[in-house]
Design a protein around this ligand. Structure first.
Ligand code: SF4
Length: 311
């Protein structure tokens, strides 16, 4: 019995490794290949038949990935230039409206402490302030703060919930396994990572990768607000259930229902809900309807809106 379990575990690990073999982060069509290579081809590759791997990749490249009619239509919303965030415009409670009628039409969420006195703010100052921050207990366990990285004039900002172990060590968001998966997805969709800004709500790692709690997010959010106020993005992509619920509203349905839709958020910037890449790497399936398949629909919808929104 114990032996059987160990065999199962080892084949599971092998399957994940094979997927990464098929999709190096540098390959722009890698995610497409992942989604297109049938499971049985992956099994043949697992048997060590290298030539079959090449065949499978060729086959995947030749296929049209997914017909457009399968793409779930996104809520129509004009992505006009956002109203610049002003600290004085943020009140402790804020009403947000939801773009799609099947989701509750409006929610009042407990929001943020008002920000004041950042007229001459800069990224250097924000990083200094984060590094010195002791507003919550995570300052005691962090190795490094993880402010964010990318283009400070980005049109699109990707926001997750909190740094993990690799991020804590390097001080850079989304550098672990999940981050590499995200790199692959955004490259496959045609984004240039250098054009984006990537960060988390929390700037310090919760111990043992536990979920951030609301108090930690509330006291840390002013840093994110200051970043957004400087970047002035046209849109945000929010990654994962926790981050989406925090920025869109706590009474919203789960991420499986939110994903692929645009919402107003506490930041006053159109926000697109998506899965967190760490959820995606737990599922090896690329079948139609699987989380990875859904993510592919969503990232392409996001890219289409990104392209439509101009400079
Ligand atoms: S998580 Fe945010 S609020 Fe908490 S110590 Fe780190 S920077 Fe400060």
């Amino acid at each position: 019995m114990a032996r059987k379990k160990s065999e199962e575990e080892s084949s599971e690990i092998e399957a994940v490794d094979l997927i990464s073999l098929l999709s190096t982060p540098e390959t722009t069509d890698s995610y497409e290949i992942e989604l297109s290579v049938p499971e049985q081809d992956l099994d043949l590759i697992a048997l060590g038949k290298e030539e079959l791997r090449e065949e499978a990749v060729k086959l995947a490249k030749a296929k049209t990935l997914l017909p457009n009619k399968e793409v779930r239509p996104i809520a129509s919303q004009t992505l006009s230039s956002p109203t610049p965030l002003r600290p004085s415009s943020i009140t402790p409670t804020q009403t947000i409206s939801i773009a799609k009628p099947k989701v509750t039409s409006s929610k009042t969420i407990n929001c943020l402490d008002a920000l004041q006195g950042y007229e001459n703010d800069s990224f250097e100052q924000i990083i200094k302030d984060i590094s010195a921050c002791q507003r919550c207990g995570l300052c005691k366990t962090r190795k490094n703060v993880v402010p964010g990285i990318g283009n400070t004039k980005a049109k699109l900002v990707l926001i997750g919930e909190a740094p993990g172990a690799d991020e804590d060590i390097q001080g850079i968001p989304f550098v672990g396994k999940a981050g590499q998966h995200l790199d692959k997805i955004i490259a496959a969709a045609g984004f240039n990572k250098k054009d984006l800004y990537i960060c988390n709500i929390l700037k310090c790692r919760p111990p043992n990768n536990r979920d951030p709690n609301n108090d930690e997010m509330r006291v840390c959010t002013p840093f994110l607000q200051r970043q957004l106020a400087l970047i002035k993005p046209k849109m945000i992509a929010c990654l994962g259930n926790i981050a989406c619920h925090y920025v869109i509203g706590p009474s919203m349905p789960g991420i499986t229902r939110l994903r692929g839709q645009w919402f107003d958020s506490i930041f006053g910037i159109p926000t697109f809900a998506m899965y967190h890449p760490s959820y995606l790497i737990r599922s090896a399936s690329r079948e139609k309807g699987s989380p990875n398949w859904q993510m592919w629909q969503d990232i392409r919808a996001l890219k289409a809106k990104y392209d439509e929104s101009g400079k």
